[in-house]
Design a protein around this ligand. Structure first.
Ligand code: BYC
Ligand code: FE
Ligand code: FE
Length: 470
């Protein structure tokens, strides 16, 4: 693999110093990135020492270095997995032919759109999480928030590297735009829906990292199969970091429900709210919200964009290797569709159904996480089950966005939905209540009332380690 040059301005394993033009272009973008980080990254805490993991190579053992560092000094680098000699297209019309090291002209726009869309989510999430440092439930959680934030920053670097290297002037302009859009801004919003939603407290943050970062896992996995080799190699390494983000979300909610159960047993009326906890039905509502927003990120159920990207060899399926057939001509996917206002189960040409195929894999993965939450609840002796709502519930993208469903998948009219919405999704009162619990806890080894301590600390360290130096 390429040597890692960590002493350069931009740490990298792509021999950046061997391409002076590219190096200069990226070094010119770097101060704009730092300005964006200071302006839109975590509010406060920038001058504190945070115990962070930094990617320093792509070796499976020892790719990460842990140390206290001030966030603006974080060494955001460019890391691609080593090139596999002789790699061929793993799917699509070009199956079996050598992969590309450059972008073919006819696919340039499609490829650029996907890379820009991926890149846009990374800074968007940092913007969404900007204020959370003021209300962290512990130093451990505060550190995990910042870890996620700096790595999303690195994921932006990964996409900007591709834009600068392979898309010339267009790519440089897109890289600037990535720093100009703003999450939730009416005039220049981020591209995808969920990335304009507020994550204004830690319950939403944990749901976001559970469900929305998991979309990242599936989208990156599909792009990791790409016949555009530099994209595949960069996404493969991004997935290494992604695992921790989903851990933060899944274990975060697991600790919330554990605490809820403990408090339910302490309160004479079984209400954790009176003791500063979050009741399980409210946890369910936030799961309904973030799961449905994240399902939207897979795009339309039937999509010619998805078919085109697959045919071209640009975007594959999750773990393409597991499938026997990689061209998908003449095969079908049986799925629910909306026809004349009714749900019908139907065969759809496979290439057009690929967004739904990927979403189906994602749903299974979400269910595995929810099962682990339910095991925690059961182990606490509490009779409650968190359920993923129907994929048709509360959708804003795709065919189900034009009709309304209950969480258990019954079609209802818009008026009934509006009337019952507050039973299923967080209300203004729920938001106010959750925010009322969000008091910072910055004493080493202490945790807020609404969350249990983690089972173990970071990098083998104890839970009361000084993850953030005050
Ligand atoms: N919001 O054929 P369709 C992550 C647009 S998360 C707004 O149905 P397609 C992360 C679509 O662009 C992973 N618009 O969908 C997580 C298209 O517009 P045009 C992010 C949407 O194109 C946490 C039209 O609707 N990565 O990394 O097959 C923290 C019809 O599109 C939405 C990617 O998404 C939406 N939700 O698929 C940090 C990978 N959905 O062309 C990071 C790259 C669709 O008519 N992106 N539209 O103007 C893609 O692969 C695809 O663009 C999508 C959509 C899967 C998003
Ligand atoms: Fe990311
Ligand atoms: Fe992530």
């Amino acid at each position: 693999m390429g040597n890692v040059l960590t002493d350069e301005k931009i740490p990298n394993n792509v021999n950046l110093s061997g391409d002076k033009r590219l190096q200069r272009a990226l070094e010119a973008w770097q101060p704009a990135f730092i300005d964006w980080w200071k302006q839109m990254g975590p509010l406060g805490w920038q001058e504190r020492d945070i115990y962070l993991r930094t990617a320093v190579s792509v070796e499976t053992d020892g790719w990460a270095h842990f140390d206290h560092v001030k966030m603006p000094d974080y060494r955001w680098g460019i890391f691609l997995e080593p090139k596999q000699e002789g790699r061929t297209h793993g799917f699509g019309d070009l199956y079996g032919q050598p992969v590309w090291d450059e972008v073919p002209g006819e696919f340039r726009n499609l490829m650029k759109r996907l890379i820009v869309t991926q890149g846009d989510t990374e800074p968007a999430s940092v913007e969404q999480q900007r204020d959370l440092g003021a209300t962290a439930p512990s130093l451990y959680d505060l550190r995990n928030l910042f870890q996620v934030n700096v790595e999303e920053g690195r994921h932006l670097w990964a996409m900007v590297y591709l834009l600068h290297t392979y898309f010339g002037r267009d790519g440089r302009e897109e890289a600037e735009e990535l720093l100009a859009r703003r999450s939730g801004d009416a005039d220049k919003p981020r591209i995808l829906g969920a990335f304009n939603e507020p994550t204004s407290h830690w319950l939403s943050f944990f749901m976001f990292t559970m469900f929305t970062d998991r979309d990242g896992k599936y989208q990156l996995s599909a792009l990791a199969e790409s016949g555009f080799d530099p994209l595949a190699r960069t996404c493969r390494f991004m997935l290494t970091e992604e695992a921790h983000h989903m851990f933060v979300g899944e274990s975060g909610i697991q600790r919330v429900v554990k605490r809820s159960c403990e408090l339910m047993k302490q309160d004479p009326n079984g209400d954790p709210r009176t003791l500063g906890g979050i009741d399980l039905p409210t946890v369910q509502k936030y799961a309904n919200l973030w799961y449905s927003l994240s399902l939207d990120l897979f795009g339309g159920e039937v999509s010619s964009n998805a078919a085109d990207a697959f045919a071209a060899g640009i975007k594959g399926r999750y773990k393409e290797d597991r499938y026997d057939e990689h061209k998908l001509v003449g095969s079908h996917f049986a799925m629910d569709v909306l026809e004349a206002g009714k749900v019908v189960h139907k065969d759809i040409p496979m290439r057009n159904a690929l967004n739904e195929v990927l979403r189906t894999e994602y749903i299974k993965d979400c269910q595995r996480g929810v099962d682990r939450w339910n095991k925690t609840i059961k182990d606490e002796g509490v009779d409650f089950e968190i359920k993923l709502p129907s994929p048709k519930f509360h959708r804003q993208i795709g065919m189900w966005s034009t009709v309304q469903f209950t969480p258990d998948g019954q079609m209802i009219d818009a008026e009934t939905f509006a009337k019952r919405r507050g039973e299923w999704l967080p209300t203004a009162e729920d938001e106010t209540f959750i925010k009322s619990l969000m008091h910072p806890v910055y004493e080493r080894g202490k945790f807020a009332s609404w969350i249990a301590p983690p089972g173990k600390g970071i990098n083998g360290l104890p839970g009361d380690f000084e993850y953030v130096r005050l």
